[in-house]
Structures are given as C-alpha cells and as structure tokens.
Design a binder for this molecule. Structure first.
Ligand code: ADP
Ligand code: MN
Length: 308
C-alpha cells in the first residue's frame, strides 16, 4: 500500500518530463502516464511474459489530485495527466546508482502524431545519433564520488554529475562512444566496469532476442541502464549475490522444500530495463519492430566495444 501523503519527487530521473515521483520507501516510482502506456503494460503482463520480464514490475495505476504547493515539492506535469502508473524503481537497491536513459528508434513518432510533431521529431532524429544508430543518449546521472565535490563545479554536493538531453543530442555516430565512457566513469574500478559492461551487454542481447521474436511497435521507448557507482557498495552487492546463490542452491536440496522467505533488501550491481511506453502497442501480424531493433543492435555493438 502506498501512503499518498508521503509521496515525494523522484530525484533520479535521467530524462523525460518533470513529475516523476516515488513512494516513501523509494522502491516504486509513480509517474503521470497515458492510457496507451497502461494498456501496453497490461497487455504485456497478460500476454507477453517474456517481454514483461524486461519491463519494470507494473503495480497498477494511482489517481492523484493536482499537487498543491505545500504538499509535494515538485513541478506538476505540463499535461493534464491525473492518472499515474506505479512501477518498480529500477534504481532501488543501489547505494549510488548511475543512470543512463537511451532512447530507441530513428522514427520517434507513432501513427497518432500530428504532421507538426512528426516533422519536429524527424528533425531531432536527423540531427542526432537517432537517425544513423537508432538510439540516442537522452540523459544520464553519474556518481563521480564525494571526493570530486568542490574540485569540479559540474559535480553537485552529493557527488553526482547530471547530463541533460542537450548533452546527448550533441553526439554523432562517430563520437557517441565518449558518452558511454563518461557514463562508466564513476567511483568503481576498471575491473568493476568490465563486469558491469559484460552483464549489461548480455541483458541487452536478451532484450533484442525477445523483441525479434514478437510483434510490437515502440516509438520513443528507452533502455534504462543502472549500475552501482560506489566502489564499496559494488563489492558488497557482489558478495550478497554469491550468498544468495549459495542459499538458493541449498534450498533446492532441502527435501521439505520449505522456503524461509526472509524479506531482505536486495543490493544490486546492475540492471537494465525497457521503459517509457507512451507510444507503444502490440501489433500482431506486422512482424518484429525493426525501428527499435536497429537501436538495440547498435547498443549491443557499443557495449561490445566497451567490453574489450
Ligand atoms: P517520459 O520520457 O515520457 O517523461 P519516462 O517513462 O521515460 O517518461 O520517465 C522519465 C524518466 O524517469 C526516465 O528517464 C527515467 O530516468 C525515470 N524512470 C522512469 N521509469 C522508471 C523506473 N521504473 N525506475 C526508475 N526510473 C524510472
Ligand atoms: Mn522517456
């Protein structure tokens, strides 16, 4: 249950509209949404479980009144979208999450878009990596460490450096690798980066395989990447993974099969999910989503380059 009086602004949105919120615990995000996005989540959970495994967990919708200035401290969404979607927070379980939003597709508009909107988004695509690569960096929040605070004015008091949508728009196909290098420059070691990159690559490949096997259209959806940027927390999360695996292996051997499901807070090393389905739909009979696959394949290629 969500205590709506304790909803707060979500500080770790890497891109998109203002108005993303989270609950008191921070384990879920609450985001203004369209009916199309809710419908896509519902259809995915019901009929496309393989795909749904790479989405945030969908907990349903929540109606909220217009926030008042003294109840919630954030900028209300520009659209009149009172319906909110409740999703698992991908950045939950990290000490210092490093977030990267990669927007997929060279075509960024769906069939419902006006000629004006199509022209505007086509121009953005033409002038960014969206057209040639089928993806662009939409925004990042990278933990550079508290040691860097003060030495670099671009780093905030919590050790984060924020890269907005204009940062990602300035890259070309020839130099966008530098954006990914910036993303993977945090407090963690080069060994730790190698591990994270190889794991993220494997997951993006899995996502690409699932998308190849299904018939959907996603315009302006994103890959949301997250990894632990705190060196020590990274090691703790790795050790916890090992312990969890050992315990799970032991439980398999337990004859009585009684699982003592202790609700522990899981610490994560990395994660990547597909998000932002305001312009996504299931399209049986139309074949795989070439537009999204173009970006997914190029994303794999860049991660492969970074992993060697
Ligand atoms: P839009 O781009 O339409 O405003 P998004 O769904 O892309 O909406 O959300 C905006 C931002 O909020 C994303 O760039 C991401 O950083 C953050 N966000 C969205 N969904 C999640 C989630 N489930 N977990 C963590 N962060 C999220
Ligand atoms: Mn978005």
């Amino acid at each position: 249950a969500i205590d709506t009086s304790k909803i707060k602004a979500f500080g770790l949105a890497a891109a998109g509209h203002d108005g993303v919120m989270s609950d008191e615990s921070g384990s879920v995000i609450i985001k203004p949404c369209t009916t199309a996005e809710v419908a896509f989540y519902e259809a995915s959970v019901t009929s496309h479980p393989k795909f749904a495994a790479y989405m945030p967990t969908f907990f349903g919708t929540l109606q909220l009144g217009e926030p008042t200035a003294n109840s919630i401290d954030f900028t209300p969404p520009v659209h009149n979208r009172n319906t909110n979607i409740v999703l698992s927070n991908i950045a939950y379980g990290f000490t210092s999450p490093c977030i990267l939003d990669v927007k997929l597709g060279a075509q960024l508009w769906d069939e419902g878009a006006s000629p004006d909107k199509r022209a505007r988004l086509d121009k953005v695509s033409d002038n960014t990596t969206s057209r040639p690569l089928g993806f662009r960096v939409a925004g990042m929040k990278v933990y550079k460490g508290t040691g860097a605070v003060g030495s670099d004015p671009a780093i905030d008091a919590t050790g984060y450096r924020v890269f907005d949508k204009y940062y990602g728009r300035a890259f070309t196909a020839g130099n966008v690798i530098d954006a990914f290098k910036e993303y993977f420059t945090s407090e963690i070691s080069s060994e730790q980066v190698k591990l994270v990159v190889s794991r993220l690559l494997r997951k993006v490949s899995e996502i690409r395989e699932v998308v190849e096997g299904q018939e959907s259209r996603m315009y302006s959806a994103s890959l949301l990447f997250c990894y632990e940027g705190n060196k020590d927390a990274f090691e703790v999360a790795l050790k916890e993974e090992d312990r969890r695996k050992e315990r799970e292996a032991k439980e398999q051997l337990d004859e009585d099969g009684e699982e003592d499901e202790e609700e522990e807070e899981i610490k994560k090393v990395e994660d990547v999910k597909l998000i932002d389905f305001a312009h996504a739909s299931w399209t049986p009979g139309q074949g795989p989503d070439k537009n999204a696959l173009h970006g997914l394949k190029n994303m794999e290629r860049f991660l492969e380059n970074l992993s060697v």
